[in-house]
Design a binder for this molecule. Structure first.
Ligand code: G6P
Length: 470
């Protein structure tokens, strides 16, 4: 087994869900996913990626991908149900997203969470070279930093939380709150998307564990754990290149033709998840149709809803509700050959997405809570023509940076409707001005800057020097 000086540990390996019997697979690039974010920087590094293939059962043998060695961690059916669908996605996910759906607590899920985190920590310990940097990702693996430190005190350990980190009022609900905080404190640097999350974490370390803490560092015995905000980004150059391809441009024009050449195309692209505010958005659009403020022939809405976590009850219920509502709106407002909403519940490849982004006059990204939302950033990067308008929820991490979007509170239906109309009517020079400011920001803050600033801060924690002099 090759040992690496950089190890990424994430619940998912960056591979397609469909691994061929001979192990052939492709990078998995689902919209808004963690893998999209990390792919760009690791492509050119010698590193090992520790993660799960996406299918329950024995770990598949996987070839290196782009020079990165894959170390699959198996999940059994029981782990899948209790760790992934259970503790990760029915306890932590809803709780960390403002409890927009009720989190569920089961003691057996906690056992699975511990067991699977231990398995990931052991795999990372096995592939990490002496003094390696190990970068643990996201809410699935919050116990890994402390487990890893216990086994391998020589390592420099980073943790990055891609989802929001909740305020004490919510986090305090967790029956195993102290253990989860203790797990994260095994890292040398705990990174978050927004400064508010680092603040919540520091407050909780004091409240639950009695540790002296500021928003930048927490004292744990002899050590200091650093914290801070490192807003994740996308591979801007890759999206620009894709969007500039002649076939993608042709496809974008074709999409508009297929949509009946309307004056305005509105687009939303989400995983089918209750945090994304899909129902609120549909309601706003339906009321605009009802009020006569938008007309089906002039305006078309495209909702891409990528299937996600389909066996988890909240997701299955959401899908039924969204599909019923789309059916109602089309039934009421559509005409033969002219639906009010084009609803696509399927995976999309990157070039088709880039074409859709270019075909859309208004991109509507209105989550109720979102760690970052990379789709908003992808849309901006894809608009190499300088066109397009973004409507963005202030509850997405991206709102801190993309402040020239039309920022909305998705719970405020009247405000949401008004912003949709303002975006549709936005004069061309203003669109160009807003888009250009956001594109400039993104160019200066792409995925490589994110990785570089995080890894530099990790190296700067001082832990490295301590380890070398110990
Ligand atoms: C969010 C999480 C990621 C996750 C992705 C897709 O972006 O932060 O960790 O991989 O959703 O969800 P899934 O459950 O399919 O991995």
């Amino acid at each position: 087994m090759r040992q690496s000086s950089l190890v990424v540990v994430a619940n998912r390996l960056p591979v397609d869900d469909n691994i061929a019997p001979d192990g052939a697979c492709e990078w998995r690039r689902s919209p808004g996913g963690l893998v999209s974010a990390l792919h760009a920087i690791l492509e050119h590094t010698t590193a090992t990626w520790v993660g799960w293939s996406g299918t329950a059962g024995p770990a598949p043998g996987l070839p290196d991908i782009g020079g990165i060695s894959m170390r699959p961690v198996p999940l059994t059916e029981d782990d899948f149900a209790h760790f992934y669908e259970g503790f990760a996605n029915s306890t932590l996910w809803p709780l960390y997203h403002d409890a927009v759906e009720q989190p569920t607590y089961h003691r057996s899920w906690w056992d699975a969470y511990q067991r699977v985190n231990q398995r990931f920590a052991e795999a990372a310990a096995e592939v990490a070279a002496e003094n390696a940097v190990v970068w643990v990702q996201d809410y699935h693996l919050q116990l890994v930093p402390a487990m890893l430190r216990e086994m391998r005190p020589d390592l420099l350990i980073g943790f990055f939380m891609h989802v929001p980190f909740p305020p004490p009022e919510l986090f305090m609900q967790l029956p195993r709150r102290a253990e989860l905080l203790g797990g994260l404190l095994g890292a040398d640097l705990v990174g978050f998307q927004r400064a508010q999350a680092a603040h919540n974490f520091a407050q909780l370390c004091t409240k639950v564990l009695g540790l002296p803490a500021t928003d930048r560092r927490i004292a744990v015995g002899e050590r200091f754990v650093r914290t801070g905000a490192f807003p994740v980004s996308i591979d801007v150059a890759e999206m620009e290149a894709l969007s500039g391809r002649p076939d993608v441009r042709t496809r974008a024009r074709q999409i508009r033709t297929d949509l009946g050449d309307p004056k305005h195309v509105l687009l939303s692209v989400d995983r089918l998840d209750y945090t994304k505010g899909i129902e609120h958005r549909l309601k706003a659009y339906s009321e605009l149709l009802e009020d006569g403020l938008v007309k089906v022939r002039d305006t078309v809405m495209v909702q891409v809803a990528v299937p996600s976590r389909e066996r988890v009850e909240h997701y299955a219920i959401l899908r039924d509700r969204v599909e019923r509502e789309v059916g109602r709106i089309n039934g009421e407002f559509g005409r033969v050959g002219e639906p009010a909403i084009h609803y696509l519940n399927q995976q999309f490849d990157r070039s088709e997405l880039a074409a859709l982004y270019q075909a859309a006059d208004v991109m509507v990204v209105t989550p109720l809570r979102d760690g970052m939302n990379l789709v908003a950033k992808e849309y901006v990067a894809a608009r190499v023509d300088g066109g397009g308008v973004l409507v963005l929820s202030e509850f997405a991490g991206a709102a801190d940076e993309l402040d020239r979007a039309f920022l909305v509170n998705p719970h405020d239906l009247e405000g949401l409707k008004r912003s949709l109309i303002d975006a549709i009517d936005c004069p061309k020079p203003e669109r160009a001005d807003r888009m250009s400011a956001m594109r400039t920001h993104l160019r200066d803050h792409d995925i490589r800057d994110w990785a570089r600033s995080y890894l530099t801060a990790l190296e700067d924690t001082g832990a490295l020097a301590e380890r070398l002099t110990a």
